[in-house]
Write a protein that binds this ligand. Sequence first.
Ligand code: FES
Length: 326
Amino acid sequence: MPLSPEGLVKAKELVASYPKPRSAMLPLLFLVQAEEGYVSPGAVAEVADILGVTKAEVGAVATFYSMYHRRPAGKYVVSVCRTLSCQMRGSDEVTAALLERCGTELRGTTGDGLVTVEEVECLAACDGAPVVQVNYENYERVTPEQATELASALLRDEVPPPTFAAAGSVTEPSSAAAYWRLAGLGEPPSRLTGRPEPEPVPASALPDQPVAPTDHDDPTTRSAEELRGGVDHGGAPGGAPLPAPDAEAPTPAQAGEPSTAKAGGTRRARSRPKREQTPSVEDSAGEREAEAPQRAGKRNGRRRPRGETHEQAGPHEREAPGGEPQ
Ligand code: FES
């Protein structure tokens, strides 16, 4: 069985922390990798057994993600990003320098079991291209010369601190410790890190925790009647409660206000003069008749086309000396 007794206990904790057992598949694969150094066929069978799924389902996941190794990986897993930004900034040369210094092939491990070199897709730090990771911590803007120095340090079993990393970041001293963290199990045990076990913190030294909100503090759990009281809406304490949505609103007369009809009448009275200024259809027709001779005079006063004689113009367009049509 690939999992140790401690690993089995952790596996059960992981499964219990998810609503469905199969949701724990990725953490379990990291756990077996922390224990074994890779995902062996036996580990695939054990994870399938724990989760109640088929070996094919576990194997499909284990072969899909590049962070699961199907062969034993080194103490230091060196991942070089080969995606566009990093490739344009010289990732091929960085990989070549690492492989040459380690004397191994891609995804191979040095004879002493210290270093595995692999290529991966974008590590989401493109502004630091070319990006290299050691046990999943970033080393950015790495030149081939720096890659050779990095490999030399790892082969001496030394881990340089990550570059361009957030304050306090450390590179895990073994890939097994990194996989333990990736399983979501927190601080790796000393057998994986070589660090002394952290001292347990006494409860008295822990800071006071804020009191957890109760259901009553959450407005979404209050009843509609309680919320209508207005206490959660920032209103003045003791203010009038909001009316229920199905309650009839008081009529203006009940409220002692001028009725809507009266208010509307006022609006109509104001707008009436505007409408009275608007001529009626009959008025418009009369005005058009009165204006007709003037318009006809203007039409008859048009400029005659070049070459047209007075006689050639139609009788309706012949003008009397006074400008009136004949
Ligand atoms: S392309 Fe290399 S980190 Fe994004």
